[in-house]
Design a protein around this ligand. Structure first.
Ligand code: NDP
Length: 280
């Protein structure tokens, strides 16, 4: 039974058993001397709104949203932040009366991990991002705000990469060239290569040439907890020594949500250390 004196939060998804969010948010709260009640909610497909309605009726204060409900949350929200509008998806909600405020912290979480944790500034660097799904879409504006020299989006379904490139050019406040290409059209080497495709979830290798990795490049797989994925193996075989997965992004987007709800931004170092799976 939840403690009625504690503020209630949850992560909603299907499946949800694998979620690290309760561990992360409980650790954040403990580290700053707060107590919260944070649970996992399994919603049936097509049943998102009913489960969220019930959680709010029982005093729920906020939610993280994971697959496959990020679009349902977008539709459910009453007030969409620019990050959620640009991503076309929501990964965090805050409930205040009739209001459902919605954000998408995945993109800022990724950039914070790259720039702050991994000490990989993006300004003036050539950046390649694989995939043109929700993760890439949400990352576009935060990546462009760092002013790379160029951002190339590459995807199997080329038209989706082209659409995201056009969207990014349309909404970005900074003038950075953005290209949307198929894998066979990628040219030259990149300082940062981000795998934001879902290939690593099925241990698949995107049809990527090893020539994309510049000397000293960072190869970053947004998928986390899978060790040395086929993408990271390709980079390693191309003599890339700076390899990372998305565990830091996961912790940083959580820290953004926690700060939004609780007014204090927690340090992520301990959580990242505890969740890290060796890249071997
Ligand atoms: P989507 O389902 O929205 O998009 C998947 C993308 O991957 C599509 O562009 C698809 O291409 C591409 N793709 C799938 N399989 C392959 C393959 N074998 N080779 C090349 N491209 C492939 O997924 P999301 O954008 O939501 O998520 C992408 C990844 O990012 C996931 O692995 C997810 O776990 C991770 N992620 C990590 C987060 C973190 O906190 N670390 C947060 C959010 C996501 P096509 O369009 O041609 O089908």
């Amino acid at each position: 039974m939840p403690d009625p004196t504690l503020d209630r939060y949850a992560v909603i998804g299907n499946p949800i058993e694998q979620s690290k969010s309760p561990f992360i948010h409980t650790a954040f709260a403990q580290a700053i001397g707060q107590s919260i009640d944070y649970t996992k909610l399994l919603a049936p497909l097509g049943g998102f709104a009913a489960v969220v309605d019930a959680f709010r009726a029982n005093g729920g204060r906020g939610m993280n949203v994971t697959a496959p409900f990020k679009l349902d949350a977008f539709a459910y929200a009453t007030d969409l932040a620019p990050s959620a509008q640009m991503a076309g998806a929501v990964n965090a909600m805050k409930f205040e009366g009739d209001k459902v405020y919605a954000e998408n912290f995945d993109g800022v979480g990724l950039v914070r991990d790259l720039v702050h944790n991994l000490k990989c500034p993006l300004q003036g660097r050539r950046v390649l991002i694989l995939g043109a799904g929700g993760a890439t879409r949400g990352a576009l504006l935060p990546l462009l705000a760092e002013q790379p020299s160029e951002l190339v989006i590459v995807n199997r379904t080329v038209v989706k990469a082209q659409e995201l490139a056009a969207l990014a050019q349309q909404h970005s406040a900074v003038q950075v060239p953005v290209l949307g290409l198929g894998y066979d059209a990628v040219q030259g080497a990149f300082d940062v290569v981000l795998n934001a495709s879902s290939s690593s979830l099925r241990a698949e290798l995107p049809p990527l040439s090893a020539d994309v990795f510049a000397p000293g490049c960072l190869a970053y797989d947004l998928t986390y907890g899978k060790g040395l994925t086929p993408f990271l193996q390709l980079a390693q075989q191309a003599d890339v020594t700076r390899l990372a997965d998305g565990v830091g992004m996961l912790a940083e987007q959580a820290a953004e949500a926690f700060a939004w709800w609780r007014g204090v931004r927690p340090d992520t170092t301990a959580v990242i250390a505890q969740l890290t799976v060796p890249l071997a």
